[in-house]
Design a protein around this ligand. Structure first.
Ligand code: 5AD
Ligand code: FES
Length: 362
């Protein structure tokens, strides 16, 4: 007779099977509390109390893709398209540097024109120059060729975020249009290319999607481990009225349940990959005003304050209720600082805050 492991025994293990992870994702009551305290303890022991800031600059919402869940998909004609001016982008980066944020994240819709590629390249050089090389630069500009990734790396980007969205190819197929422009294999290949170019690579998934199961999510966690990722950003899926996936909203759980599932994903990932950087996703804050701070308490160590010029924020609505639409950068920073302190953490000012995982991989 095989003895059944208790939940406490599972949490103490150094390795976790798929069924172990499913149990964590379903944990309730005392088990849920035990999961969160185990993850919090592991975080403090391995990555410490510091939380790093990455100033997020959503510099353009023009996108050539049509992801079925995303508010800025090309076919959404209700979106007012913008491209922030260089000087506004640089001013946001200067703010990040002067306020001693470790780094900035330049994010945009996905484009592959040479105009776009050249523009990003120019921006990278200008940001490096204005911050005397001090500001770390992360890009989040979608799928590109090896040449483009290499060129941007050579111009100063050293991290790249590209979510796999779901590691289950079948589910990926359900939430993206069925054409070559939205291929799961291409996405995987890009993650590999990024690694080969020398980037610290971040990926992640959406949590609580229609058609998604607990098995899928446990497999997502194992996928992150298997590809040996350096950074993860993952948050709840939030429906957007002007997208095709909205028609399947009867298949999703309540926002509160998606939020709680996302917290359990973060905690389980901290136990599975103790030394990586885990971002507290902005989507958490769209559901609960203190959502990101809650994630920091149970495993996350990165926060991305929004530095997008205020005039454009309302046009970068990937999902409903995206927070901080009316704030300017100063307000965001102040409110965050206070909240992080509440969560018993310290802010890692003036440091890049690379993950120990990446350093070890070198
Ligand atoms: N809900 C939650 N996250 C979303 N993203 C895009 N649309 C949504 C949505 N409706 C996430 C995707 C993408 C990241 C930039 O934003 O995971 O990779
Ligand atoms: Fe723009 Fe998915 S809709 S990348």
């Amino acid at each position: 007779l095989r003895s059944v492991k208790s939940f406490e025994e599972i949490l103490k293990q150094g390795e976790f099977s798929q069924p172990d992870l499913v149990r964590m994702l379903k944990a309730e009551g005392a088990d849920r509390t035990a999961l969160f305290s185990a993850a919090a303890a592991r975080k403090e022991a391995v990555v410490g109390k510091k939380v790093y800031f990455r100033g997020l600059v959503e510099f353009s919402n023009v996108c050539s893709k049509d992801c079925l869940y995303c508010g800025i998909r090309q076919s959404n004609s209700k979106v007012v398209r913008y491209e922030a001016a260089d000087e506004d982008i640089l001013a946001a980066c200067r703010f990040a540097w002067e306020n001693r944020f470790g780094s900035v994240v330049l994010q945009s819709g996905e484009l592959s024109s040479s105009t776009f590629i050249n523009r990003v390249d120019q921006l990278l050089r200008q940001i490096k120059a204005l911050s005397k090389g001090e500001l770390g630069i992360t890009l989040s500009c979608g799928e590109q060729s090896r040449e483009t990734y290499q060129r941007w790396f050579n111009s100063g980007a050293h991290r790249y975020l590209l979510r796999i969205e779901s590691s289950n190819p079948e589910l990926y197929g359900k939430i993206h249009p069925n054409n070559a422009h939205h291929s799961f294999e291409k996405r995987l290949e890009c993650l590999q290319l990024l690694k080969e170019c020398g980037y610290q690579v971040g990926t992640g998934v959406m949590i609580g999607l229609p058609f998604q199961t607990m098995d899928d999510l446990a497999n997502d966690l194992l996928f992150l481990k298997q590809i040996d990722i350096d950074m993860v950003g993952m948050g709840p899926y939030i429906e957007h009225e002007d997208t095709p996936l909205y028609a399947y909203r009867h298949l999703i759980t309540s926002k509160q349940e998606r939020f709680d599932l996302a917290l359990r994903m973060v905690a389980a990932l901290r136990l599975l990959m103790p030394d990586i950087n885990i971002a507290a996703a902005t989507a958490l804050q769209a559901i609960d005003p203190a959502g990101r701070e809650k994630a920091v308490k149970i495993g996350a160590n990165i926060i991305m304050p929004n530095l997008t010029p205020s005039a454009f924020r309302k046009d970068y609505q990937l999902y409903e209720d995206k927070p901080c639409l009316d704030e300017d950068a100063d307000q965001c920073r102040n409110c965050l600082e206070a909240r992080i302190e509440l969560a018993g953490s310290e802010i890692g000012y003036g440091e890049w805050g690379d993950s120990n995982h990446f350093s070890r991989r070198q």
